[in-house]
Design a protein around this ligand. Structure first.
Ligand code: ADP
Ligand code: MG
Length: 607
């Protein structure tokens, strides 16, 4: 058997670094946490190449003496567990592992001075080897520089991503820590360019809104609820976006446990539960929630990056979070935060469960009806809905449906979705088919039709036709979103959306796709940026276009709440019969439901 031997410290540190310092952002996280633990009121971060070349952190915390710096570089040396009790951790750090690990994988310079010292002390360690050790003139506080991460460890360096994606990860780290520490001022630069700046002692809502959107203020409720558990109070604080203020990705949910940014399935599940019947399945709430509970009821020592936690009583944490969120949302904007729990009537058949015979009938109908002229209808319909003037009128293509006034009767047996009889709540079309009563969700249906149309047209002329804006509109967005849209601009242009970069945090919208002439550029761009964020650049072009189309379709569709003329309703029904996959909207919900005539009769006891 080979000899068992104890590994040298250098190697042990490097092994630990494998867990602690995966990439620049994980080193940055440890270093900012140290500054927060040191009681800093101002933290400055300077990066070069997203932290690959340099991470520098300057704080005005309590600093370290010469001996303390030496100790800090020792493995498992910490000032943060005075009573050696791992169940009562009140600081972000506690393992005493970060600095020695970081020192073993790059060039680390620590300069620090305490308030009692007349001068500071500096130590320079290169991949675990002490290179410089001497006095230095620095203000009270600590300055840490990490250069050339993994420079001498090519096996690790080759796993690093581009400077840009490392930068994005660093930005995410500082965002989360800045949100959780409003009392501290934060600034960050990358390659000499200031990318973030926050004053100390900021209001929570102001700091969160700076990250999550300026309009969050008017579209959110604040939460501050406590209850007592066995060991002490459990509190949920924070800002929760109204259900109507939703986004296409869950990236805009920030969760903290005892001041620690966490990514926790239990908590995200609870949020989903709280919003469950207020949001479409593919939409996500925007929020920042801070959960405080007695340190003894949560184990923070379960993950190398400390981004996961384990609750002693997960069920009660979950239910408290769900009930707090619901209570806050109910007290907020009643109009948008209403909870509808209605059980759909069992006898209604939805278009999602169309049986095969019905489908066949529709197919038959399709084959019979499709001709060149009717193929044009949809586009014109789209243009009409989007409020664009069109040469054609709905009535040119629609059968003369009998309206609410009862005139112009056509036999409904000709059409699977029947003849429009009227509109309810300016949202639903009620139609009479030969075999039952049909209700159509006009927005969901039209959105689907727009998508199918865009899809079948591909990048052809009709879609690519763009409508130049009289005066280009400036849309302010997150820098990352602007960069992403910038990169995708060639693709977007194929669909008639003409963008131009306008400074670091804005894009200029020069033209909109013709079918979307009336869309709100800010909303459209925000959703497109979210799409790119959630699906990234890895998405095949095809798929990406598909997503762009779906998002565009949503913006180009007739909204619920728009009064439709009878001809418009009938035209929509006919389009639905002609269009593949029109039975479900782009979010998987049915676009229409049908109650069979026999069932109507049963409901009235005629059977
Ligand atoms: P931990 O944070 O788990 O204690 P670290 O290796 O990150 O372990 O840091 C070791 C020790 O160095 C800390 O306990 C703290 O006493 C000291 N230290 C690190 N960074 C700073 C800083 N920015 N200001 C003051 N002290 C610091
Ligand atoms: Mg630490």
């Amino acid at each position: 058997m080979p000899l068992i031997r104890k590994l040298p410290d250098n190697l042990i540190n490097r092994i630990a670094a494998g867990e602690v310092v995966e990439r620049p952002s994980s080193a940055l996280k440890e270093l900012i946490e140290n500054s927060i633990d040191a009681g800093a009121s101002q933290i400055e971060v300077n990066l070069k190449e997203g932290g690959l070349d340099l991470i520098e952190i300057i704080d005005d915390g309590h600093g370290m003496t010469r001996d303390e710096i030496s100790m800090a570089l020792e493995r498992h040396a910490t000032s943060k567990l005075p009573d050696e009790d791992l169940t009562r951790i009140s600081t972000l750090g506690f393992r005493g592992e970060a600095l020695p690990s970081i020192a073993s994988v790059g060039l680390l310079t620590i300069e620090s001075r305490t308030k009692d010292a007349s001068t500071g002390w500096k130590k320079l360690v290169d991949h675990g080897v002490l290179k410089k050790d001497g006095p230095t003139g620095v203000p009270i506080g600590t300055r840490v520089r990490l250069e050339n991460l993994f420079y001498k460890i090519p096996a690790r360096r080759k796993f690093l991503r581009t400077a840009r994606s490392e930068y994005v990860a660093c930005l995410d780290v500082i965002r989360r820590l800045a949100m959780a520490n409003c009392q501290i001022g934060f600034s960050m630069s990358n390659n000499g360019k200031r990318v973030l700046n926050f004053q100390a002692r900021q209001q929570l809502i102001d700091r969160i809104a700076a990250f999550l959107g300026r309009d969050l203020k008017e579209n959110s409720v604040s939460i501050n609820l406590s209850r007592f558990s066995g060991e002490g109070p459990v509190t949920v604080r924070g800002i929760a976006g109204l259900p109507t203020y939703n986004r296409g990705v869950a990236d805009h949910q920030y969760m903290f446990v005892n001041g620690r940014p966490v990514k926790d399935k239990l908590l995200t599940g609870a949020v989903r539960g709280a919003y469950s019947n207020m949001l479409a399945r593919n939409r996500h709430a925007v929020l920042a929630l801070f959960i405080e509970l007695p340190a003894s009821e949560v184990d923070v020592n379960v993950h190398p990056g400390k981004t996961e936690v384990r609750f002693q009583d997960p069920t009660s944490v979950r239910s408290f979070l769900v009930s707090s969120l619901r209570k806050a949302l109910e007290g907020g904007d009643k109009r948008s935060a209403q909870i509808t729990d209605s059980e759909p009537m069992a006898a209604w058949r939805s278009s999602n469960e169309l049986d095969d015979t019905h489908r066949e009938a529709i197919n038959l109908f399709n084959n019979k009806e499709i001709d060149n002229k009717s193929n044009n209808i949809f586009y014109n319909a789209g243009a009409n809905f989007a409020g664009v003037e069109s040469d054609h009128r709905w009535s040119d293509f629609s059968p003369q449906g009998r309206g609410i006034d009862g005139s112009n009767a056509v036999t409904s047996s000709d059409y699977p979705l029947g003849i429009a009889r009227g509109q309810v709540a300016n949202t639903y079309i009620v139609a009479e088919a030969s075999d039952g009563l049909v209700i159509v969700d006009q927005h969901a249906a039209h959105e689907r039709l727009v998508l199918e149309r865009l899809r079948s047209a591909g990048a052809t002329e009709a879609v690519a036709r763009s409508q130049a804006l009289l005066s280009p509109e400036v849309v302010e967005l997150d820098q990352i979103d602007c960069d992403n849209l910038d990169e995708a601009s060639a693709d977007l242009e194929r669909f008639g959306l003409l963008l131009e970069r306008f400074g670091p945090n804005a894009v200029l919208v020069r033209a909109l796709p013709h079918v979307l002439a009336k869309a709100d550029p800010l909303k459209l761009l925000t959703d497109l940026a979210d799409d790119i964020r959630s699906h990234g650049k890895l998405l095949l072009l095809e798929e990406r276009i598909e997503h762009v189309l779906a998002t565009m379709a949503c913006h180009g569709s007739v909204r619920a709440g728009r009064v439709l003329k009878v001809e418009e309703m009938n035209s929509l029904l006919r389009e639905m019969e002609r269009t593949p996959r029109s039975g479900q909207c782009n979010h998987g919900r049915p676009t229409w439901i049908k109650l069979g005539m026999g069932d109507v009769e049963k409901l009235f006891g005629r059977h």
